[in-house]
Design a binder for this molecule. Structure first.
Ligand code: CO
Length: 294
């Protein structure tokens, strides 16, 4: 956390120094307008996660032809790990500073978070830090995460019902693994579960770090006398949590716990951003952010 704040501070400090230098040397003329898109993801070290990033990049390029698109990664740990492999990934602050340096005047930032939790609010703080900075982009807008309004919840419930495994048989349940958080926005997960269950009572949404956890979900499954479940991540990218905490062979993975409780488990390792039904919701938010630039 402290490291992260320091990184943001340093990026902003470097930008300020670079820009102040440019102004002092008499190049403070108004820049020609240049629009760009910055896509913000958590990041992942798993090669399988690349499928979600590719889906996001392709859809963005198709919907906003001619607009340069860049990626930023919020996870400090992942940036550090990949830097050791020679892959330099930028944080949102670094990416925005570089876009300012490269002459972007209008930037639409889209977060691929699921809920407006702590990480999304951190992103808003970073963007706010650029306001009023000399030579920073004149306008930076931010697109909402997947679940932000009741309209998003309606769309997400539909998307969820449309992306359930096609070979699921009657009586089989689907358990989705959301990330979860102590942030109050965690309430979006059980709210979406309730809404989805009005149509399909066999759909459950649990979380790794919030409420409900796997024990609460297991209790609910027992009440319905379910014998088989499908496990799916409810995160934009099927990364470490999906691979290990959900579908891993370790004792405390969801697959192991539910199997031990007598359920047969079938994991599906696909992030929500890989399904056009969910990706469209994020893209609608990006379209609003791009529109706001005008
Ligand atoms: Co996590």
């Amino acid at each position: 956390m402290q490291k992260k704040s320091l990184a943001v501070f340093l990026s902003l400090a470097f930008l300020f120094i670079a820009l102040a230098g440019a102004q002092a040397s008499g190049h403070g003329k108004e820049k020609p307008p240049k629009k760009g898109i910055l896509l913000v993801v958590f990041g992942s070290t798993h090669p399988e996660a690349q499928a979600a990033f590719n889906a996001i990049a392709q859809k963005t390029a198709a919907l906003f032809p001619g607009v340069p698109v860049r990626f930023a990664y919020t996870s400090h740990i992942i940036r550090e790990k990949l830097a050791k492999e020679g892959k330099a990934l930028e944080s949102p602050a670094q990416a925005l500073a570089n876009m300012a340096n490269d002459g972007f005047t209008h930037v639409a930032v889209q977060s691929f978070h699921t809920i407006p939790g702590k990480e999304f609010h951190d992103l808003l703080s970073v963007v706010r830090g650029f306001h009023g900075m000399p030579d920073a982009p004149q306008k930076i807008t931010v697109g909402a995460p997947l679940l932000n309004t009741q309209e998003d919840m309606d769309k997400a419930a539909k998307a969820l019902l449309a992306t359930l495994p096609k070979t699921r048989k009657p009586g089989e349940a689907v358990v989705l693994m959301g990330h979860g958080t102590p942030h109050p926005a965690n309430a979006m997960y059980p709210a979406l579960m309730w809404q989805t269950q009005q149509t399909d009572s066999g759909v459950f949404i649990g979380t790794v770090e919030g409420y409900p956890g796997p024990d609460e979900i297991l209790a609910a499954l027992k009440k319905q006398d379910v014998k088989k479940i499908w496990l799916m991540p409810f995160m934009s990218v099927a990364g470490d949590h999906a691979k290990n905490d959900m579908a891993g062979d370790e004792e405390d993975s969801w697959k192991s716990r539910f199997t031990k409780a007598g359920l047969s488990c079938e994991p599906v390792l696909k992030g929500t951003a890989e399904y056009p039904e969910f990706l469209d919701i994020w893209m609608a938010h990006l379209a609003s952010a791009v529109k706001e630039l005008e």
